[in-house]
Design a protein around this ligand. Structure first.
Ligand code: FAD
Ligand code: DLZ
Ligand code: SF4
Length: 508
């Protein structure tokens, strides 16, 4: 009996488990651009355009390789509008009674497939290094699930940067050599950019017509949209940026959106690159003497450490994880996240580039938009939806643990051992934003005081019961407690006034 083989928009890998298990001579591949996937959140137009263009190219590649592919374009008249609807329509059309699928990266879609009125066999997504079972057994019985220990297991498992059974160079982690402040000069011109071909142009036209009211613009568009282009983008990064990746991983510059970052998450998460191939070429660069160990170890850790770890947490914790709110934060998302005017230079630059590129690097997401959200007590579900919408690399399995867990502490500390909050001093140290800001980062209270300075202390004060006993936060509470009572009162009052203005929609 013929089976349908479902390939989703983020499953564009030739060795996908559903394809590997299927019979090319008999089974039929189903791919569909559908309203439900394109609108369950209002994705950035660049994300939808990337997804549709890459899906179309992948379908053509499968056909070239002899597969029978039934592909539905978004505006096909018979398009059922949902993945399950399209599976049922194709099952009817072909006379199939069974579906083979690779596990989707969001609970929402897993649940829809499990509830479909046609039997769906869901196979593990083996494009990751750790299976669900491996992560569960690693997590079982541990008091805390810190990434670092999981990462060491992934190093041993993959053999990446190993010297026998010891870590290369004698240490597992070289972060103390990283995290330098922003450099004066950047000798890298950024990620490789691709001129849209006819397939991409068609996807861009469609997205502009259908999703022109979403935040951001489809054009200009330069992402890679197939495996060959993604590999060229990777090679470009390895050659020109990897050597300095570690040093400036946490830096931010007003006039440079990418610094030495790889900008490959969009390709990795859609399946155009595999995590192991990426790590192997990075390791090769180290072994050939082309990139230092601190850079290569830091880069590999992001991929076989953080990326695998957050996926493990998402599936371990279950479907309610994205809605957790351990700190009971309820403030609605302010308009400045959608480009509303703000005098805070760091925020306006992070949001501006998010709108323009559907990309921001990790420290912009964590220490600018994330830090502000946490300090201001913004509802973490609203932030979760924002991050899912605005970034081209966002799928719930990776976005939710980063937002809800790492950035907002809304999981109560499963991922982060302390909240990622900072005053303006950190932003000033790691960037040059403050020089061009309306506010003064050195001013703690009164006219022109940096809002991060005010909100930082107000956050600690508000959550004293939860955090004052945290050994990693003791110093901060001691500093706060040593401050003159009158000064503390002024800070709390000014923070309150700032947050009220923010909620009222006043320009802040
Ligand atoms: P680089 O800095 O060059 O790093 C190389 C690769 O490491 C990335 O491509 C990515 O695959 C991986 N990586 C690095 N950090 C992480 C991390 N914390 N979690 C998972 N993988 C990581 N990443 C996403 O892929 N999708 C998301 O939706 C997403 N949402 C985030 C939301 C918040 C609030 C935060 C703080 C982080 C989020 N991240 C997300 C993680 C990280 O910011 C991006 O992976 C990174 O910025 C992608 O850019 P890059 O390819 O230039 O990464
Ligand atoms: C992100 C996305 C978008 C915008 N559109 C589609 C689509 O039309 N068809 C499809 O198969 N996949 C799409 N995707 C990716 C899915 O949303 C993704 O597979 C799930 O969220 C699971 O990770
Ligand atoms: Fe951001 Fe404060 Fe610096 Fe302005 S002064 S850029 S608000 S940290």
């Amino acid at each position: 009996m013929v089976r349908l083989v479902l390939v989703l928009g983020d499953q564009l890998s030739p060795d996908l488990s559903a394809l590997a298990q299927a019979d090319k001579a008999r089974d039929v591949v189903v791919m569909a651009e559908v309203r439900d996937e394109a609108t369950y959140v209002r994705h950035h137009p660049k994300k939808i355009a990337f997804c549709f263009a890459a899906m179309r190219k992948f379908a053509a590649r499968l056909r070239d390789n002899g597969w029978d592919v039934r592909y539905s374009e978004y505006d096909d008249t018979h398009n059922a509008g949902s993945i399950v609807g399209e599976l049922l329509r194709r099952a009817d059309e072909i006379g199939a009674a069974e579906v083979l699928a690779t596990e989707p990266g969001e609970w929402r879609l897993i649940e829809a497939l499990n509830a479909a009125p046609v039997p769906v066999t869901i196979l593990p997504d083996d494009r990751f290094i750790a299976s669900h079972q491996e992560f569960e057994s690693w997590a079982k019985g541990r008091k805390t699930l810190r990434m670092e220990y999981f990462y060491r297991d992934m190093r041993r498992k993959t053999g990446l940067l190993m010297d026998g059974d010891k870590p290369e160079g004698g240490q597992w982690n070289y972060d103390h050599d990283n995290r330098k402040p922003a450099p004066d000069q950047v000798d890298y011109s950024g990620p490789m950019q691709f001129t849209p071909d006819a397939t991409v142009e068609a996807a861009l036209d469609l997205v502009e017509a259908e999703f022109g009211d979403h935040f951001g613009h489809a054009r200009p568009f330069w992402f890679a949209t197939d495996q060959e282009q993604a590999r060229r983008a990777l090679t470009h990064f390895i050659k020109h940026a990897l050597p300095k990746f570690g040093d400036y991983q946490d830096a931010m510059l007003d006039g440079n959106r990418f610094l030495y970052h790889a900008v490959i998450s969009v390709y990795l998460n859609a399946g155009l690159l595999s995590p192991l191939e990426v790590c192997r070429v990075a390791e090769d660069a180290y072994r050939a003497g082309d990139a230092p160990l601190n850079a290569v170890e830091g880069f590999i850790r992001q991929i076989i450490g953080w990326r695998e770890y957050v996926r493990g947490i998402y599936f371990l914790e279950g479907p309610d994880y994205p809605r957790r709110n351990a700190l009971s934060h309820q403030r609605p998302l302010p308009a400045l996240y959608w480009g509303g005017p703000t005098k805070m230079r760091c925020l306006s630059k992070a949001v501006e580039q998010t709108r323009d590129e559907a990309y921001a690097h990790h420290i912009q997401r964590l220490m600018i938009t994330g830090n502000f959200g946490l300090l201001a007590g913004i509802n973490p579900t609203a932030l979760h939806e924002w991050y899912l919408e605005v970034y081209a690399d966002a799928y719930e399995w990776v976005e939710a643990p980063n937002t809800v867990g790492m950035s907002q502490f809304a999981d109560g500390g499963i991922i982060a051992s302390k909240p990622y909050v900072s005053s303006g001093a950190y932003i000033d140290r790691m960037s040059d934003h403050c020089r061009a800001c309306h506010y003064d980062v050195k001013t703690k209270t009164g006219q022109g005081a940096c809002p991060f300075n005010l909100m930082y202390w107000a956050f600690l004060d508000r959550h004293r019961d939860r955090f004052s006993g945290n050994p990693r936060m003791g110093n901060m509470y001691r500093t706060w407690d040593r401050m003159d009572a009158g000064k503390r009162r002024v800070i709390l009052d000014e923070a309150e006034a700032f947050l009220t203005a923010l909620s009222n929609g006043d320009p802040v």
